[in-house]
Each structure stands twice: as C-alpha cells, then as structure tokens.
Design a protein around this ligand. Structure first.
Ligand SMILES: [Zn+2]
Length: 318
C-alpha cells in the first residue's frame, strides 16, 4: 500500500509508520497543548500530557518567507491555538511578489494583492497581528541576513513572543532560498533576543524589553522523519482551507502552474481538463489539503493532522 507524503514523496505505508514511529501526539484539550512522545511499541492513539513549558499566556510568532507558507503548512494548528485563546502573530519576510503567471502582472501589483489577501486570511484565522518585512520575493539570499535577523529580533521583543514557529532551517529537501534565509534568521533572532547587547537600540522604544523564546515549532515540506509531534487539527481544517482560499492569486498560480506543467510534459488538454478546470481548482485545493492532513493523521487514528519538530529552549545549566 502506498502513501504519499507532501508533494510527491512516495513511500510505503510501512515506511511511513517506521519513519514516524517516535512521534508524539499533541492534543488540544484545555488551555494548553498536551504533549507526549513515545516509542512505536507503546504508541497510543492519542495522549494528553504536560502543559506548555510556559505558565504565562502563549504569544506565538509565526515567521515565514511568504505569507501563505503559514496557511498551507500550519493553518490548522494556528486556528487551534487561536480557538484555545492564545495570541498568534505572523511575520512574512518577503513581499511574495513574484508568484504569478498572469499576463500584465507586476511585482508592485502583486505585492499589494499579497498583503490584501494575507490580511483577509488572517481575519479568518483570528490572528492578532500581521507583519510584512518586504524583502524581495525569491531574492532574500541577496539581502544581508544579519539585517533580516535584526528586524525579526525587534519584532520578537516588541511582541514579547515566547513561542516562535518557522520553517525548519535544517529540514531535508527544502531547497527554497527564501525559506532557508527566513528560517535561519528566525532561529538566530529568537536565540539572541534575550541578550541586551544585541541591537540595544531596540530598547529605546517604550515597552520593548529583552525576551526569552522558550519553545519553537518547526515545520517542513517533507517533515518526516525528523518530526517529533503530530497535532490533531480535525476540528480546524475547514478554517485552514477557508483562510487559504483567500489567497486567490496563489490559488490561480497553483492552477496556472498545473496547466503549464501538463503542457510542458506534453499531456493534451482534453486528457486533464475534465478533472481540473477553471471552475473547480479551488475545490480541488481543499481536497488536496484534506488528503495531505489525513495522511499525516492516519497512523495515529487522527482524522486530520499537521506535523512539527518541537524544541524546548531550556537552559542547559545549572
Ligand atoms: Zn514559501
């Protein structure tokens, strides 16, 4: 039996289970996530365990390269956090202004459309704030990474974020340069935010103080086998899809990309146009998101799931 993980990585079901054998399940009962990890031998279907390390309310900053990275990858978990009363913010490092095949589209136009769509999606999810750093889409390698890091550190301090969620900078098989730079800058920004000698000018702003990020969640295009936690998002997947569909330009991009791909590999339009059309690609996107979340949840008897590598940023000593 075959199971397909994200974007075409195919493995047998046995491989899938083996590769996810020491993954914990995070359930959302109560005001905190419950977290557990376990071996395959004693794998429970669902487990409720310790609270978040923080006794303070969670202030969660999701740092992504492109705004819709959040909805695509972790929109269900974000909806769940919000439903549980946590404050969630998003920072998009780039202006997401080059993802289009449309004739007549420009970087300036798409940057504006992108902000508008991200704000609409944020309203669906109930985000507390949405920030756009505006580095050029696809070009963050040309930016000074230290500058990206400094901007993110300032935001972490302003928001007093105690949880940072980002692309996994050490994930296998994610070769997008924007993901790489954004996630690495996010990691170092969250690591150094408590140290007041990094960018002391930030503290001139009223209410800004050094800030300790105690937990990090990393997501990835191919999250297995390094994933540590599966989050049950069964009650929140439809909201994720509603939010994602607010990115009309990116839904259009997915459709146009599909058409261009079929043309490139030489499949005639009449062979695919009955299944995929201008009228139904939004619906197909929803189905693809449900299918992917169902695959992640299946080994755990969870209807829909999202997958993370979870790290507590605890002091090593004393
Ligand atoms: Zn992206």
């Amino acid at each position: 039996m075959k199971t397909t993980s994200r974007k075409g990585l195919t493995m047998t079901r046995r491989d899938f289970i083996n590769k996810t054998s020491s993954v914990g399940v995070v359930t959302g009962v109560g005001s905190r996530f419950a977290i557990s990890s376990y071996s395959r031998a004693d794998q429970p279907q669902q487990t409720a365990l310790p609270r978040s390390v923080s006794r303070a309310p969670l202030r969660i900053l999701v740092i992504v390269a492109h705004a819709d990275d959040m909805e695509y990858n972790i929109g269900g978990t974000v909806a769940k956090w919000v439903a549980e009363g946590h404050e969630v913010f998003r920072a998009a490092v780039t202006d997401s202004a080059r993802g289009s095949f449309e004739a007549g589209m420009t970087v300036e136009k798409l940057a504006k459309i992108g902000i508008h769509e991200a704000e609409a999606a944020a309203r669906v999810l109930g985000l507390k704030g949405n920030f756009f750093l505006g580095f050029p889409d696809g070009m963050t390698r040309l930016a000074d990474e230290a500058v990206v890091r400094e901007k993110l550190m300032q935001l972490i301090r302003r928001l007093k974020a105690n949880v940072v969620v980002t692309w996994d900078p050490w994930a296998r098989l994610d070769d997008h340069p924007d993901h790489e730079i954004a996630s690495r800058a996010a990691y170092w920004a969250s690591e150094f935010a408590p140290f007041p000698m990094f960018h002391p000018q930030h503290f001139g702003e009223k209410g800004v103080e050094s800030c300790f990020v105690t937990e990090r969640y990393y997501f990835a295009k191919h999250p297995l086998p390094s994933a540590t936690h599966v989050v049950d998002v069964s009650d929140h997947l439809e909201r994720k899809i509603q939010a994602l569909l607010k990115y009309e330009s990116q839904m259009r991009l997915a459709y146009d990309g599909y058409v261009a791909y079929q043309r490139t590999i030489g499949v005639p339009r009449e062979q695919w146009s009955k299944q995929v059309s201008d009228d139904n690609y939004r619906q197909l996107m929803g189905e693809a998101i449900r299918r992917e979340a169902a695959e992640f949840g299946k080994p755990y008897n969870v209807r829909f799931a999202e997958v993370f590598r979870y790290v507590r940023n605890e002091p090593r000593y004393p």
